[in-house]
Design a binder for this molecule. Sequence first.
Ligand code: ADP
Length: 256
Amino acid sequence: NAAAVPALECRGLERRFGGLVALKDANLRIERGEIFGLVGPNGSGKTTMTNAITGFFPPQVGSIWLNGRDITGMAPHKVAALGVARTFQNLALFNGMSVLDNILLGRHIHMKPGVAKTALYWWLGRKDEMVSRLKVEEIIDFLQLQSVRDELVDSIPIGLKKRVELARALVAEPSFLVLDEPMAGMNQEEKEYMARFILDARAERNVTVLLIEHHMDVITGICDRMMVLSYGETIGTGIPADVMKDERVIKAYLGG
Ligand code: ADP
């Protein structure tokens, strides 16, 4: 039954750095089309978990399944080729390049390097380029970035930079999107815009979202379910309304 296959499943993930257990017995099941929140104080293991899923730092114990396929230990570019895109907590945009060119970089995943060896190179290269340009324009419209598309990315406000990062992830046409604190540094209005775009991406672009977020109001506002980490341990998982009532969760936040 294909409908029952989750978008992502993590089973018993563990990651140590020396004597420090950064992530311990982490279990996660995200259904297709869900917006799933990953929450926890600084140093609780959120990035470690994200890096495991995206192949940057494989777990030392446990397994990771994407659409029913074991991707444990797979290299980041292979995980990306299977439809996983991510944004980074600290912006990873190229200053000195335009908004448009930064977004275009997200299409590289679709370029076919093997094609360079064939006589079809010129034609296929042109076709790739054309499809990419169309896709980029479509995403620029979708995220309402038209007014800044030719600006240098360094010159636009943080709220828009974060949106450019989202655009760059979306042009790869991912099925699974990992967003690492997409609202960091934003004012209330920018946060609301971003929340809207994440919801629209799910509705219109069929993506499943893993959202790492500090702001609890964002999590409760747009996440279907969530998981809370504290010192690498899972201290709560479920729908936000229930998880937020959990004593361990309240304590980790108020006490930590
Ligand atoms: P979060 O993303 O929730 O802030 P992290 O996953 O970055 O937490 O970190 C979890 C723990 O693992 C922290 O104590 C952090 O210092 C440690 N850690 C993360 N990455 C490394 C690393 N490369 N080397 C050593 N310790 C690390």
